[in-house]
Each structure stands twice: as C-alpha cells, then as structure tokens.
Design a protein around this ligand. Sequence first.
Ligand code: NDP
Length: 231
Amino acid sequence: MSGTILITGCNRGIGLEACAQFAKAGWRVLACCRAPDKAVKLKGLQERFPRIEPLHLDVTNYEQMISLGRALKGEPIDILLNNAAYYGPKGKGFGAVDRGEWRRVLESNTIAPYMLAETFYENVAASEYKIIAFISSKVGSIADNRSGGGYIYRTSKTAVNQVVKSLSIDLSERGISVIAMHPGWVKTDMGGPGALISAEESVKGLKRLLLTEKLTKTGHFYCYDGTEIPW
Ligand code: NDP
C-alpha cells in the first residue's frame, strides 16, 4: 500500500530518512523544509525518487503554512508527520533557563505542530489512512521523568502530547487517528553521536507503527519499537 505523506523538517535527520523510506516504498512525499534550495541531500533523494516534492515551510511561519494549505487544498494526505523540532540551548538547567528560548521552543515544538493539524486535517480526512502523527519524545512523559531538568524541551514535548490527546478526541468523528511517537535516542544532529540507534532503524520502526496504526489506537503514545509509553 502507498499513499501521500507530508513530513516537516526534511533536510536532515529523522525527517530526511523518513522521506527516503516512504519514497522507496512508493509513497508520494510532500517534503517540507525551511530552505529547499539548500537541501542538498533531499534534492539528491528527489533525483532517485521523483515522487518526493520538496516544499518550502518554516513551521513557525504561519503565512507560509496557510499558503501551503491553499496550494494543497483538496489533495488527500494519508499521513501528516509532524517531525520538525528545535531542542533549544543545551545544558541550561534550573537557575539558568532562558525564557526567550523557552518561548521559541514552545512555538516550534508545540504550537506549530498543532497549527499544522488545523491547517491540513481536511486533507487527512479525505485520505485513506487518515493519520496525524507527532514525533514527540520520551522525555516529554511525566511518568518517565526521574532525572529532572530539561525544562525547555521537556515541556514542549509534554505539551504536544496533550495536543495529541485532545486532537484524538476532537478529530475522532472525522475518522482521523492521532498518535504521539518516540523515535528512540537517534544519531542525528539533535541526538548526537553517542545516541543508541541510527535514523534508519528509528524510521523503520516508526513506519511500521504508522502503517499498522488503526483508529482504535488513536490518542496514545508509542515508542518506535511499538511499545506504548505512559503519558
Ligand atoms: P535534527 O535536529 O537532526 O533535525 C531537526 C529538523 O527539524 C531539521 O530538518 C530542522 O531544519 C527542522 N526544523 C527545526 N525547526 C524548524 C522550523 N521552525 N521549521 C521547519 N523545520 C524546522 O533532529 P532529529 O531529526 O533528531 O529530530 C526529529 C524529531 O525527533 C524532532 O521532533 C525531535 O524532537 C524528535 N526526537 C529526536 C530524538 C533524537 O534522539 N534524535 C529523540 C527524541 C525525539 P533546519 O535544518 O532548517 O534547522
């Protein structure tokens, strides 16, 4: 089975790998990134897989988002994959939190993914798979927090988890499944070289999860290996 997937943050990391794996499986990939002209790796992939369509989108630029929404009006989108995110400053714990950076992280990791869902849910409702997925993080799980700290990034992912839960309820009558996914600790610019798994392994798991997801599983938080994570 194949369809259409829209992915944000596609020029590197997990987003780029997701483009590669879905394109290889025959999917049409609407590959959003901040600067498509400079997205060399994505362009290289597009040469091999012409069903990849690089699109210009900074997820915090709502004018850009609205005009993309207009351009794609009426086109079914089977999976909307909210991947783009910003970690914020590293190593700034209790007593040294930067409020401006905190707002910036909340904008890109919480508010923007919500706005994407608002902009594209009709496209998703018109599709076959009907999935809106958010790449969250296990560090956003309150139940899993045993080490403290990480105020900025953790809260942005905890908040997006709540967005997932509410959307899963609000969009259930349109037949849309909404899930949060933890990609594992992944070797990307964000995860760093000491991370445990490759982007390839992570995306293999995420893709399996997405393609076996059913409406009965909406409103839950999953690890890339298919296990459920407590909120
Ligand atoms: P990277 O830092 O490697 O890549 C982040 C991507 O998001 C880049 O393509 C970046 O674009 C894009 N991005 C950031 N801000 C914006 C924006 N405002 N508009 C559009 N694109 C934007 O991260 P990963 O690939 O590792 O992370 C992908 C997802 O997985 C994120 O949601 C992250 O929080 C999550 N995650 C990652 C983990 C890991 O171990 N790597 C662990 C848990 C969760 P640009 O190149 O232009 O900056």
